[in-house]
Design a protein around this ligand. Sequence first.
Ligand code: UD1
Ligand code: CA
Length: 434
Amino acid sequence: MDKSKVSIVILAAGKGSRMKSSKAKVLHNISGKPMLYYIIKASLEISDDITVVVAHQKEAVMEQVGALFENINFVIQDAQNFPGTGGAMKNVKPKNEKVLVLNGDMPLISADALHGFLETNADIIMSIFDLQNPDGYGRVIIEEGQVQAIVEQKDASKDELKVTSVNAGIYAFSKSVIEKYIPMLDNNNAQEEYYLTDVIAMAKKDSLFIAPLLVDEEHFKGINSKKDLADAEVIMQDRIKTKWMNAGVIMQLPSTIYIEEGVEFEGECIVENGCRITGDSKIINSHIKAHSVIEDSVMINSDAGPMAHLRPLSHITDTHIGNFVETKKSTLKGVKAGHLSYIGDAEVDEGTNVGAGVITCNYDGIKKYKTIIGKNVFVGSDCQLVAPVTIEDDVMVAAGTTLTSGTVTKGSLAISRTKLRSIKDFYYKFFSKN
Ligand code: UD1
Ligand code: CA
């Protein structure tokens, strides 16, 4: 594909008041990434000239986009004096002949879904879909098979409101159409905004060729409310999980599983029902059992759960993590931690067994400290390892031991217990008195 044929402008300057949020609409997350991410990702597949228009919370939007992508142009809308989608286009100077304008609130778009705009030749191509409930969208007025105008919901007459053909919000303009009509827009409408959609009626009046392109709602759905956000999440999750199942991952009851966009699988993996896998987690030949949460972690030839929690930067290889075990920023190689443990800021080596109820005490209220456990160590149940602490190879730590800072040398037994006292008939005496 020749990416120098088309410029893409993404409108991301609006407040998004219908989201009822202090966060800019385009920064709301879907499957772990801001919605703008998906639009830019699709755009980069077809164009070498991408401009994002910003205004509301522009620093945050530019920072997040900058962290995810290189070579994106930003244009700042003068939203005070020129509000609206047409106002957003005022300062845009596209490089290429064809200009695709996308709303920043359409995260379900894909490069494939945009191909229709590249293949058709017209002064304007506009996207249309038919909705049983057109609420919230601009209505497309079609007469004698020709698009006449787009009327925004707030400006529509009773009859116009009944129209079910709506403006999906993506347009391809020839560069000259933008240069000519954007400066001519006014704000004589219900919202006192400069509507990009008014370009259609103006171009029609000048007998330009406007081609309607029928598109599907699944890819062109606009996100205006938190309900829309939740609906889009369902579609995005389905796409992500379908991709990984096609790549060979087994998922049990996939509709109960949540997997973020940055997650990767390799080899044969099983994900049981109710799991949540987030961030840049990488799962290789591993089995994640029911209701486990894996965040920004790596699992290689391992199993975790049911109900395990691998917090960020856990890196486990050839390891068994059982139920109610939490790990964080820890590297475990060839380890068994079967039940009820917290392993944080630790390195644990091959052949080591971490008993039920073992806790690394990694935090003293001010700083975090490391726990290092060598090979073939047996840590008995209910031990506290007060970091910083090092346990060398071939050590036994007796059940119930509190290990305080220092090193347990190779081959030793560490034990800290008070002597057991057993007081005869105490029970009977105690309860007969009361
Ligand atoms: C817009 C269309 C409507 C269409 C719908 C499709 C207009 C006037 N209306 O309505 O016909 O059916 O999309 O989803 O274009 N934005 C700016 N600057 C602004 C205002 C908005 O950059 O001053 C950006 C927003 O960040 C958003 C996009 O433009 O990403 C669309 O704005 P929004 O307010 O959601 O438009 P709709 O009312 O949905
Ligand atoms: Ca919208």
